[in-house]
Design a protein around this ligand. Structure first.
Ligand code: PGA
Length: 220
């Protein structure tokens, strides 16, 4: 059986205590693991932050901007419809009218530290994904799950998907996974839907789990 591993970044691989900078032992471990199994990091983050936070992390590939940007084999793929640029302009206009602070990625519009009632944009073609109190405004069909389906297509992958995560925006990731794994610091609703809840938080939990896969102690 072939396996594809997909893992969230913030609070799954990287610890908030480290300012979300990847630990060197974890980067080394994941780089080694990626030489044995395809391993993609699937994150809400943008390319510019990842290159600062995890410069030595070299997984098989990346799904960035919550499913909208895929990096694989030196290539960048955009997982967004053609009319997104137009829709995004309208979103930015509405945010500016409401004087809501935002930043833009290559595809996403990010609004940090906001509650959901203040972000009522009523826009066709767009949706909001939450990661704790941060909002990501995305094309309506794009999420971490659609990012993983994009990879499966790209790799022509037919085996089992193993997903590791901690937060709300990992629910769509879990939806396309055959095995759902939560780190010990995951939100309660994530632990509830996981098949496996790890004993340890963040990268420590991930290393322990993946080491058991490499040693054959866990079969999926
Ligand atoms: O902070 C973000 O953009 C989200 O990051 P995550 O999806 O890796 O948790």
């Amino acid at each position: 059986m072939a396996y594809l591993f997909v893992s969230d970044y913030d609070r799954t691989l990287a610890d908030e205590k480290d300012g979300f900078v990847i630990r060197e032992n974890l980067a080394e471990f994941i780089n080694h693991f990626s030489s044995k199994y395809p391993f993609f990091v699937v994150t809400g983050r943008e390319r510019r932050f990842i290159s600062r936070l995890a410069p030595t992390l070299k997984p098989t590939g990346w799904v960035l901007e919550n499913g909208a940007i895929i990096l694989y084999g030196e290539k960048t793929y955009i997982n967004a419809p053609k009319n997104w640029a137009e829709i995004r302009k309208e979103i930015i206009k509405r945010l500016e009218e409401k004087e809501i602070k935002y930043s833009v990625g290559e595809v996403i519009v990010y609004v940090n530290n906001i509650d959901s009632s203040s972000l009522d944009l009523h826009l066709e073609g767009a949706k909001v994904e939450w990661n704790r109190n941060d909002a990501m405004i995305l094309p309506k069909d794009v999420d971490k799950g659609s990012g993983v389906l994009f990879i499966k297509n790209l790799l022509n992958f037919k085996g089992k998907v193993i997903a590791i995560g901690d937060s709300q925006n990992d629910i769509p990731l879990f939806r396309v996974a055959d095995v759902k794994v939560a780190v010990s610091n995951a939100l309660p609703e994530i632990k509830e839907i996981a098949d496996i809840v790890l004993d340890k938080p963040n990268g420590k939990g991930v290393i322990e789990f993946l080491s058991k896969i490499l040693s054959g102690e866990i079969f999926l």
